[in-house]
Design a protein around this ligand. Structure first.
Ligand code: PEP
Length: 252
């Protein structure tokens, strides 16, 4: 049975003291569902502190928000997947639309980052999703399919077992505009179909596909209730403990 996941993406928010407060508030955050997992993607300088504060809660994992496509060396300011792994980090967000748009990460770079993460036993949370203009032209299915092909299709089947994909329509990120539950389900079903065509039904069925884009305490239950939505990647609402806890409580 694939995992149900609530993942927080703090982005570049919170000073150290504020981060420690939020981590302490979330320390006992749990779900009754033994198949559910909570992941907090915090800024790099807070990774080890987050691990320390959360170590007594085995259902919360700490994630990085990015890693380098390079192995090591003269890449000032970069953090490698090997470094994350050596710090005990097990998850990393790769291909977030903000990285694609603001830092010019193309599909090739993203696929290299995926390889670095997997090669260092760090599970990627692979993000895909279309901009508004593509949605308005009804071209979102093909657009996302291409992102999956370019980012993941070079991987051997065993690497996709229990993988995590986040579908995040760009027009819904940080805008307060959420895809309807039906729109989310329709794209998640498409993503699972695309993965099944390449890797077979069993592997496609093991992949957790998270929805991201203005998930809130008030809409999480309906969106997560869709058969192919296995939780969410949450930005803004993950910075308020009570809101994020309510989102965790909305997992199937
Ligand atoms: C995100 O950045 O991954 C995200 C989904 O942000 P928000 O929830 O704020 O739309």
């Amino acid at each position: 049975m694939r995992k149900q996941i609530a993942a927080a993406n703090w982005k570049m928010n919170l000073k150290y003291d504020e981060a420690k407060n939020l981590l302490s508030e979330l320390k006992n955050c749990s779900t009754e569902n033994s198949n559910a997992e909570v992941i907090l993607a915090v800024p790099f300088p807070y990774l080890l502190t987050a691990q320390e504060i959360l170590k007594s809660n085995s259902s919360i994992q700490v994630a990085a928000q990015n890693c380098s496509q390079h192995v090591q060396g003269a890449y000032t300011g970069e953090v490698s997947a090997g470094m994350l792994s050596s710090c005990g980090i097990k998850y990393v967000i790769i291909g977030h639309s903000e990285r694609r748009e603001l830092f010019n990460e193309d599909d090739k770079i993203i696929s290299q980052k995926i390889d670095q993460a997997i090669g260092n036993a760090v599970q990627p949370i692979f993000c895909c999703g279309e901009p508004l203009a593509i949605r308005e032209n009804n071209e979102e299915a093909g657009y996302v399919e291409k992102q999956l092909q370019q980012g993941l299709f070079h991987l051997a089947p065993e690497k996709l077992e229990g993988f995590i994909i986040a579908y995040e329509p760009i027009w819904a990120i940080g805008t307060g505009k959420t895809a309807s539950a039906e729109e989310a389900q329709s794209m998640h079903l498409h993503i699972r179909k695309v993965m099944a065509e390449r890797y077979g039904e069993k592997i496609a069925g093991s992949i957790s596909i998270l929805y991201g884009g203005s998930v809130k305490a008030s809409n999480a239950k309906e969106i997560f209730g869709q058969p192919d939505v296995d939780g969410g990647l949450v930005g803004g609402a993950s910075l308020i403990a009570a809101d994020f806890e309510a989102i965790v409580g909305s997992l199937k």
